[in-house]
Design a protein around this ligand. Structure first.
Ligand SMILES: [Zn+2]
Length: 83
């Protein structure tokens, strides 16, 4: 049994509460990709347009940091603790 799949991306415009976001959606599963988190080594996929808007709101409020930035910050913190 496999827990991964090969996504087939299509351009997609998510719309919720008057907000439109251009992103990608997997044709098979219907999962929507966060345009900030993905494509990175830790992409985030969401089920609905509302989920995406809520997720992006959390980005804007600084509650979610882009995965690659988070890794850089951890490296900086590790370096700081060495000295
Ligand atoms: Zn995200």
């Amino acid at each position: 049994m496999s827990l991964s799949w090969e996504p087939v991306w299509e351009d997609y415009v998510a719309e919720y509460a008057g907000i439109r976001i251009k992103t990608r959606r997997d044709r098979t599963t219907g999962l929507i990709e966060c345009p900030i988190c993905g494509p990175t080594d830790k992409p985030v996929y969401l089920y609905t347009d509302k989920d995406l808007v809520m997720h992006l709101t959390a980005h804007a409020r600084g509650m979610i940091v882009k995965p690659s930035r988070r890794a850089e910050e951890q490296e900086e913190q590790e370096e700081e603790t060495l000295f």
